[in-house]
Ligand binder design. Sequence first.
Ligand SMILES: [Zn+2]
Length: 242
Amino acid sequence: MINLCEISRAHFLGSEKGYAAIRELMAPRNYSELLEARLRPNRDFRIGTGNLENVARCLLVAPHGRAIEPGTTDIVLEVARLSRWAYYHFDGRLRRRNWEKLHIASTRFNEPTLLRLLPQTQFVLSFHGEGSKRGRTIYVGGLYDEGRRALLESLNAGLADLGVRALDALASRHAEEIAGRSPDNITNCGRLGAGVQLEFSLGARLAFFESLTRAGRRQPRAALGVLARSIDRALGELTRRP
Ligand SMILES: [Zn+2]
């Protein structure tokens, strides 16, 4: 239920923040609320999984894929292809308003297929699209300190030439809201109790695809391969540890 007082308060917060707050209030609070809104799997949204024989090592997750946060599922599939990493994605398939109708916050994301996978995996690496246009930035969050360090190092080494930089979301004031620090965030719900969350700014995602429309995402740039190899390298390092 949308609370009108909250919406009017959101108006006063000013443009970008206010708009984000209103969208947040419109979005479903959990998976049952999404089903109650008569949204159906394989018609309005689709869940995809793969390489689950490797789920014990780690799990790549795009909970807001395709038309919800465009580019995130495509990045996950490219990383999964390299070393057969296990993956899960939840994709929006509506004609419009995918974010408002299908975006369940990461701290309340209780879709049953994912809930079954989380206790089977050591840690989660989740992929999100951050809405601001501020530069080509990947904010690296989540409670897994070693994981964050490995991803930051590998991403910055691989992507510096492309003008994309990875920042520690826990150390950046701007990124406080997307730092993925809650223990309820699906990122932190693997067996380790800590995972890594990547938030790609709009500008960063545009470095990997012609555009973020469906047609544009079908034409990845060579940079997508560089990104996937950088992530694969960090995951290799983290999962080889005893
Ligand atoms: Zn997201």
